[in-house]
Design a protein around this ligand. Structure first.
Ligand code: IVH
Length: 670
């Protein structure tokens, strides 16, 4: 075979393999046997071996092989990957539909409705029709590069050969595992004496985070898409899903368009009815405004779009007995009563503990040790005790008395005014809080120190090597080699990953400090807004509240944290140990301060600016953008086809300006 013949044959074989993969994975109707498929695949492998120059990235043989070195690299999402608000009942849905109709100024809204996959959110980039990048959601702004593992998903085309052709296509969806694939994988794992997974979602998560794609390739991962973005004009969610199907990218095939709350509920009930028969787990349905123009107009609040809502299935429940009640000390000192249960199987896992939240809640529900209780578990949320079954109460059931001092450090417990939670205020002087704060600091979404998990942290605290965050960066290799569980190599690896973690982002650094009420997303917002740690420390509670989504509680937590000298010293010490992050062009250092203190609402279609651009422009000039018009609104910027917001602005005497007038406001006058 010469090179020309090889080229031709490779093309033929690739086409065949892609066709059979599609028939097998998407249509569930293979037309050839596995052995026949293996023969075709082997022929391609053999030719590629002989002519290595002809191996293309899009070849089916290249699905395995990419390997992340010893960690995943970071991917900054061009558009953030957001989460969804939840609706739990009819009231929530009616409020959702009404808000949307009011804001758009229309009588009825068409919704695209679809199942909510219970997997892991990922984004895929196709450049010139070739799959080029797969990344996890991460904190919504920055995820991890898992291209090498996504490539092993055989139901996903590596080259797009049908449908639209665009320079760049970004597809978002979920990586999941089918229920039968999961059962098969678990029995294989069991027979090999390997780890068994609790449920398909955990199995998918564990597989997607494999550094070695050869391991991921043996795990039956799948991908289902729910959105597409490209320079092609797509008018609706429905059209987007159709384009995805033309591209041969898997979708649920269960989406519909409906109008009105009644039809939303009908769809929910329909999907709930067929839920068990679906090959994969879902945890609810998602309702999205179908028109993308309308989606644009509605925009986002916080981390969630205002044009979509998730309607979750009720959490699964089970009945069991409380064997004992103990308290747990949380990372920020909260003392939570926890019911120790007779093990019970619910939503795919065995539950042995369930939270009772706080003393008031436990008394209100009249829960005693020995009671039969109903517990509930939804997704990854901590299981909770719903209620006691009082008519089954045994005679020897007894009341649990909350402790008055911390079960770990013996400090006196305090209930702050207006709070339901009892607290140990010893901070890092309490061993329980110290351990959990250190675990949080090292965790993946924080400083991401590989190898510093619970057991090693316990050990290092025990031998007094670490008491504060900055102690971690002072550890020397020979201090580790003398310890149990540490050989030369493992000590070296830990030092390397500690060293590597020094390069981080300001958002992750803030998150890793473990400030009460400050999650990942808020940390990222604060970092973006203020740009530097010095700048953040200087802010008072009022200026902290200038950050979108920061209310008084969060501002108070931050203020309290930075007013503590010990915390400030900790930060200085960490920076002295060499922790660095890239400078951020903060929104606080305004391009100009023309719009300082002004609040804007945008409506209608703007002609020269995209909505996101207009929003950034306002923020960069010190202004604030909110979703709806109120008396406090300074200006309504009205584009074409402005809806009810315009009427509201007129009624409330809010000044209405055109796009051009708005742009003029942001410019410096000579
Ligand atoms: S749309 C702007 N559609 O749910 C947000 N999300 O809470 C757009 N999810 O992790 C999300 N199925 O990956 C959308 N049909 C579906 C979904 C879905 C599952 C996940 C999503 C994200 C989470 C959001």
């Amino acid at each position: 075979m010469n090179i020309e013949q090889a080229k031709l044959r490779i093309q033929e074989l690739k086409k065949k393999i892609n066709k059979h993969n599609h028939a097998y994975y998407i249509e569930n109707s293979p037309t050839i046997t596995d052995a026949e498929f293996d023969l075709i695949y082997k022929e391609l492998l053999d030719i590629e071996k002989k002519f290595p120059l002809l191996v293309e990235e899009s070849s089916p043989t290249q699905r395995v092989g990419g390997k992340a070195n010893n960690s995943f690299s970071q991917v900054v999402h061009e558009k953030p990957m957001l989460s969804l608000s939840n609706a739990f009942d009819l009231k929530d849905l009616e409020a959702f539909d009404k808000r949307i109709r009011d804001e758009l100024g229309v009588k009825e809204v068409e919704y695209a409705v679809e199942p909510k996959f219970d997997g892991l959110a990922v984004t895929l980039h196709y450049i010139n029709s070739i799959f080029s990048l797969g990344a996890t959601r991460g904190d919504g702004n920055t995820g991890e590069d898992v291209t090498h593992n996504i490539k092993t998903i055989k139901s996903l085309p590596i080259r797009l050969t049908h449908g639209i052709c665009a320079k760049k296509i970004e597809v978002r969806g979920e990586v999941i595992m089918h229920k039968d694939d999961f059962n098969k994988l678990n029995s294989e794992q069991k027979s090999l004496g390997l780890k068994v997974f609790a449920n398909p979602r955990n199995a998918a998560a564990g597989s997607l985070r494999q550094l070695d794609s050869a391991v991921a390739a043996n795990r039956p991962l799948r991908f289902y898409a729910y959105s597409i973005d490209s320079e092609e004009i797509i008018k609706s969610q429905e059209e987007g899903l159709n384009i995805l199907r033309q591209l041969k990218i898997p979708t649920s095939g269960l989406s519909r368009t409906v109008v009105g709350v009644k039809q939303l509920i009908d769809y929910f009930q329909y999907i709930e009815g067929i839920r068990e028969t679906l090959p994969y787990d879902i945890d609810g349905v998602v309702y999205k405004v179908n028109s993308l123009n309308h989606q644009d107009e509605l925009g986002f609040v916080s981390k969630a779009p205002r044009w979509a809502i998730a309607h979750k299935f009720a959490a699964e429940q089970a009945e069991t007995e409380i064997l004992d009640i103990t308290v747990q000390v949380g990372r920020t000192g909260s003392i939570t009563p926890v019911a120790r249960l007779k093990p019970v199987f619910v939503s795919g896992v065995t539950v042995t503990n369930a939270t009772l939240h706080n003393e008031d809640e436990m008394r209100r529900k009249d829960i005693l040790i020995g009671d039969y209780v109903r517990i509930r578990r939804a997704g990854d949320v901590v299981p909770e005790v719903i209620n006691a079954i009082h008519n089954k109460r045994p005679e020897n059931a007894r009341k649990y008395m909350m402790p008055t001092s911390c079960p770990v450090c013996r400090s006196k417990l305090i209930k702050e005014l207006g709070e339901a939670v009892l607290r140990c205020n010893a901070g890092m002087d309490c061993k329980a809080q110290k351990k959990q704060s250190l675990m949080h600091f090292c965790s993946r979404k924080a400083m991401d120190i590989d190898g510093l998990g619970e057991k090693i942290i316990d050990q290092l605290i025990e031998v007094n090597l670490i008491n504060t965050f900055s102690d971690i960066y002072k550890i020397k290799k020979d201090q580790l080699t003398g310890l149990e569980r540490f050989a030369e190599k493992s000590a070296e690896n830990l030092i390397k990953s500690i060293e590597k973690s020094k390069k981080t982002t300001l958002g992750k650094f803030i998150y890793s400090l473990g400030i009460r009420n400050i999650g990942e997303a808020t940390s990222a917002d604060i970092a973006k807004h203020f740009g530097s740690i010095d700048n953040i420390i200087e802010q008072d509670e009022d200026s902290l509240q200038q950050v979108d989504d920061i209310g008084p509680t969060v501002a108070k937590s931050i203020g309290k944290y930075f007013s503590n000298e010990r915390n400030k010293k900790q930060i200085i010490s960490l920076v002295e140990q060499g922790i660095v992050w890239d400078e951020i062009e903060s929104l606080d250092r305004h391009a100009n301060s023309k719009l300082n203190g002004l609040t804007f609402v945008l409506t209608g279609t703007l002609k020269s600016l995209k909505r996101e651009e207009a929003k950034s422009l306002i923020q960069n000039c010190g202004g604030k953008v909110v979703g709806s018009v109120s008396k406090k609104t300074s200006y309504l910027v009205a584009g074409e086809e402005a809806g009810s917001k315009l009427n509201n602005a007129i009624a409330l005497n809010v000044q209405v300006i055109s796009e051009d007038e708005f742009i003029n406001l942001t410019k410096d006058t000579e």
